[in-house]
Design a protein around this ligand. Structure first.
Ligand code: FE
Length: 210
């Protein structure tokens, strides 16, 4: 566990975030009342960015790392620049670190103080990532939290928990599933879910290509 949060920065980041949320909600209410937007459509757009558009960037990074050992080595050594090379840039000053799952170690990402998240590669954070329950329990009892996400790890597998900060954010590189040797880079990327890159899922081959 390394947590080098700067408290001052974090309070700014938190209050800015909740202020922004309040303004967004007020605007949404106003536009809905005037009949200008359909809240269900807004929910669908947000869902698209949470689960489809944003995480596709991270999935492209994972797929490249799976097929290109030189890229994987660069990603392990200097994730910030290896990720920018694929066209996905974090906001100024944020560093990225890629953490690789192995047969021995499973990695899980959390932000215990607020909701630091690698926007450039994963898009919008899911609601549960920001919840106090996940933020506290991921650190205290990661194995049970993973079980609730449907990830039952063998007892001998170690779980390493990484605490994100405003300055340093993590991308989990899941293990490449067996049986994917013949798949293209695009097909591999399609297997990688957002949750697998946070560490709350593992990548599996769907039944139809198994
Ligand atoms: Fe944070």
């Amino acid at each position: 566990m390394d947590h080098d949060h700067d408290d001052h920065l974090h309070h700014e980041h938190d209050s800015h975030y909740s202020d922004m949320q309040a303004r967004v909600r007020a605007l949404e209410t106003l536009l809905t009342r005037k009949g200008l937007i359909d809240p269900a459509a807004v929910d669908r757009i947000i869902d698209t960015y949470e689960t489809k558009v944003g995480p596709r960037n991270g999935a492209a990074v994972v797929a490249r790392a799976w097929i290109d050992p030189t890229y994987a080595e660069w990603l392990a050594r200097d994730a910030t620049h290896a990720i920018v090379s694929l066209g996905f840039g974090e906001r100024h000053g944020t560093r990225m670190r890629a953490i690789f799952n192995t047969p021995e170690v499973h990695n899980l990402v959390v932000c215990t103080l607020c909701s630091c998240y690698p926007w450039a590669v994963l898009g919008l954070p899911p609601v549960w990532y920001k919840s106090p329950a996940y933020r506290s329990r991921a650190v205290i009892d990661p194995r049970s939290v993973l079980a609730e996400f449907g990830v039952d790890l063998p007892a001998e597998k170690k779980i390493r928990v990484w605490d994100s900060t405003a300055e340093l954010r993590y991308l989990v590189i899941p293990e490449r599933p067996a049986g994917t040797e013949g798949l293209s880079e695009e097909a591999l990327a399609a297997l990688v879910s957002r949750d697998a890159m946070i560490g709350t899922a593992i990548v599996r081959l769907p039944e139809q290509i198994r």
